[in-house]
Design a protein around this ligand. Sequence first.
Ligand code: UN1
Length: 512
Amino acid sequence: VLRDSILAEVGLEEVPSGATLGGSGGWLDVHGPELVSRSPTDGQEIARIRQADGSDLARVLDGAREGFRTWSAMPAPRRGEVVRRIGTQLRRYKEPLARLITLEMGKILPEARGEVQEMIDIADFAVGLSRQLYGMTTHSERPGHRLYEQWHSLGPVGVVTAFNFPSAVWSWNAMLAGVCGDTVVWKPSSQTPLVTLAVQRILEPVLDEFDLRGVFTAVVGPGRSVGEELLRSPHIPLLSVTGSGSVGAHVAQVVGARMGRTILELGGNNAVIVREDACLDDALQAVFFGAVGTAGQRCTSTRRVILHPRIAKPFLDRLCSAYRHLKVDHPLWTDPHVGPVTTPEAMEDMESAIREARDAGGTLLAGGDRVPVEGAPEGYYIRPAIMRAENHWPVVQRETFAPLLYVMEAESMEEALALQNGVPQGLSSSCFTNSLRDAERFLSVRGSDCGIANINLGTSGAEIGGAFGGEKETGGGRESGSDAWKAYMRRQTVTIHWEDGLELAQGVVFKL
Ligand code: UN1
């Protein structure tokens, strides 16, 4: 009953199809295998979706190319108007969409609402941006010449999203790509197809009103076939992919081989450094939310905490006590801190990471056991865990996408920084300190090597206004705010010669 009402509220009483060109008339007949969407809250089936196959993808790609011709010709502020209307729709559907996210992905409702809020925020950002796609002008070295650059729409952009932010990550890409004049081909994780179909439903009235086909498209299909063809398609000049490091490495190779562009948002292994002079209350709150929020399934989740030995004991005592009082429960029936992880594999990964760390000499300080939830015996509930561990252990060096926090100690700022940077990933980082010097050291070129560096706040929960992304094995891509929009456009350098008498640059003389 709950399932049915959640689906009905987002217009999915009947699941339309696994592919759409956008708008109420855009749903395609598709021919791929069936996909079962299960709720991690109880392990039960929510719905079955007929997926797209290669030929269906080809139709979506044709649609997105055709859509590009008209969409890219529309003035950017008018595209901004469409995005503004999408933002209004998202406001209207914030609660129902949040409930569907909770049902299909398992994050708690306050976080699901936060995810939809991110969509609204980036829509607002993109509306303003639609009047600010600025190109610079500069001074030519030659008389009678003007030199400037302009930004043109790029083409259809492939957006491959992960299950953990099943809708927000699409919006970061789609809202920017949209005002930039690109069309979007959205391929969601096979864990969260319904969220994608619901978002497409929510967009329908706007796309119908503006008569837009092939602008915001979506295709649910198997990664091995449809995903692979999307990577290889010469008609997709840019692919924005969120996923694991191994997926990202494959994407970089395949798309790179055809000289396509990528925006890669891959794994994190984010640390919080807590110095002895830090505000411990704030640090505790931040580490707690960072480590257990979204059941440890954000790419920005706090995976390591590096404590100054002088505050280590009181900090850990309080953190372990918070973990003991943590409510792990059904996120639609109750109001817990933590819902289920999204897949049974995540529980197994976490358990095997705990075993591996134990074998290496680590101590489990809290959690790690499965939590039986009454009425939902097949849900994927596991208690978040804390382990004492050493940074160089292979298990600590890799990202386990589950609520498992490693604790270590470091006395000097140099030592703490060496630990924090001593992993292959480089997404988010934070340092709790009241020392100006430690803060500045952390932010200096010899400090954090991550794309995100925070002082006195946690590693997760970035605002959309900043550029989001990370270094090293995190992939180097930037999405969302700042000038991340430039990745969705092609830059053209223009020189105009407006006087008689051609002159070569660099003073080269070459006469007829
Ligand atoms: C992700 O986990 O893929 O900074 C994105 C955050 C959110 C986005 C996370 N704004 O935690």
